[in-house]
Design a protein around this ligand. Structure first.
Ligand SMILES: [Fe+2]
Length: 173
């Protein structure tokens, strides 16, 4: 686990993102997803800025769990719902393609040793992918999705998402 200060920093950044998402009109699961994006970005930034190998390792264990469980629960609970509507079907298709790239970059990084320049280069590639994922979802996909499925469904999806994410997290070593 990252040290408590790093976790507190990431959670704090996540809460700020949730407030910003709410201010933009996002509700329920879409606010939660934006919160998790910022938490992951904060932890990724810490892993990128430290030269302490042990710290990198600890941060990476946590980042990997968070990112993979976030993606898998999105794929299981959010995007199949969006695939059912004409207005959001294309979004679901685009997202599924991005999720594959994201997971393969995570696996690539996972197979590398922490003290090599290649690790840092690949981490920075992942940071770019996560940022692009978060920007596109928060500015384009989520507003359209929420408008399509409605606020009530957005709220109900939050519980489902969190339950599936928790299960996915337990399956990741
Ligand atoms: Fe996401």
């Amino acid at each position: 686990m990252p040290n408590p200060i790093e976790n507190v920093m990431a959670k704090g950044a996540g809460k700020v993102a949730a407030v910003e998402a709410r201010a933009k009109g996002l509700k329920g699961v879409f606010t939660k997803l934006a919160e998790q994006h910022r938490e992951a970005a904060t932890l990724l930034g810490r892993a990128d800025s430290t030269t302490d190998i042990e710290k990198r390792r600890d941060l990476w264990t946590e980042i990997k769990k968070q990112l993979i469980s976030h993606e898998r629960a999105e794929l299981a609970e959010i995007y199949p719902v969006l695939a059912g509507y004409d207005a959001t079907r294309e979004i679901a298709r685009l997202h599924n393609a991005q999720a594959e790239t994201l997971e393969s970059t995570i696996n690539q990084l996972d197979a590398m040793t922490f003290d090599t320049p290649a690790w840092k280069t690949t981490l920075e590639k992942l940071i770019g992918l996560v940022k692009a994922h978060a920007d596109q979802e928060e500015s384009e996909f989520f507003p359209r999705a929420q408008q399509t499925i409605g606020e009530e469904a957005s709220r109900q999806l939050e519980d489902l998402f969190l339950r599936t994410q928790k299960k996915a997290m337990n399956e990741i070593r």
